[in-house]
Design a protein around this ligand. Structure first.
Ligand SMILES: [Zn+2]
Length: 286
């Protein structure tokens, strides 16, 4: 089964990680894959890489090679993101939002989703660590994309009605700090739409270290429970969780894959999960 794109150049400086969810350092080995080691927190069961590369070295991974991968797959990823938004009835849910409505996409790659949202009348802003992707999206689609991290972008407090980040939070070294910044830039009552691989899903359990999401670029592998807890503790109320994908393409005949995928979705053990969470009503500080 093909793995998700990931590169881990030799010679990166490593650092020790602590649990982003509970701060504990007590861990059990979880799995090792492609030279990286995932552990499970003894206290809260969060799965994360320890040790891991320092951020300045991680940042270098998202260069020209990453841009080629993003560009090659942009149409596929765009279709999957649209399906996710459709599954949560995004248009109906946000219809009543006050105008102008501002949509933030973090990890927006080449900006295809941003261009589509702008067509639908939204004010859009993107953020991507990959400078080449940001330049491509800005140059070819005319959507404003900041090259760097969300924290570096420094958006005004309460600016956005929706913050969308698909397949991003598993790459972030400090997910708690990241979610705090998402909350700060969202208006009270605004939405966070979060998509990430599901470590409790059927495929993760079946394939273990061969799972397509057990890769060096993924620093944290969330479950419904661990991502739910992070959002709960960060000033969000989880309103919907959807999961998709029971079996990877090519691992089972279609007459098995179809029903398996439907069951995975119904029971929440799909390979990828989407959370819709609502930001609490208290104002942002700073
Ligand atoms: Zn923990």
């Amino acid at each position: 089964m093909p793995k998700t794109y990931s590169s881990a150049p030799a010679g990166e400086r490593q650092e020790t990680a602590t649990c982003a969810l509970c701060g504990s350092t007590g861990t059990l080995p979880f799995l090792s894959s492609a030279g990286c080691r995932f552990v499970r927190c003894r206290s809260c069961s969060l799965v994360y890489q320890d040790p891991r590369p320092v951020f300045e070295d991680l940042r270098r991974r998202y260069g020209a090679g990453y841009f080629s991968y993003e560009l090659e797959n942009e149409a596929n990823f765009f279709e999957l993101m649209k399906l996710g938004l459709r599954d949560i009835d995004f248009d109906a849910l946000t219809e009543g939002f006050l105008r102008p409505r501002a949509f933030l996409d973090v990890g927006c790659a080449t900006g295809m989703l941003l261009a589509w949202m702008r067509e639908k009348g939204w004010t859009v802003r993107g953020v991507d660590l990959c400078r080449e992707s940001a330049q491509y999206g800005t140059g070819n689609r005319g959507v404003p994309i900041f090259a760097g991290t969300l924290e570096e972008a420094g958006f005004p407090a309460g600016f956005f009605s929706v913050a969308h980040f698909s397949h991003l939070i598993e790459h972030v070294p400090d997910p708690r700090g990241f979610i705090a910044e998402v909350r700060r830039v969202l208006a009270p009552g605004g939405f966070a739409v979060v998509t990430t691989p599901n470590i409790d899903g059927f495929q993760a359990r079946l394939f273990r270290e061969a799972w397509r999401s057990a890769i060096p670029d993924h620093l944290t592998l969330f479950s419904r429970r661990t991502l739910g807890r992070l959002l709960d503790e960060s000033g969000f109320a989880v309103r919907r969780i959807v999961t998709w994908g029971g079996l990877a393409r090519g691992t089972a005949p279609r007459f098995i894959k179809g029903p398996a995928d439907a069951l995975a979705k119904k029971w929440g053990f799909g390979d990828v999960m989407l959370f819709l969470a609502v930001r609490d009503a208290s104002p942002s500080r700073g």
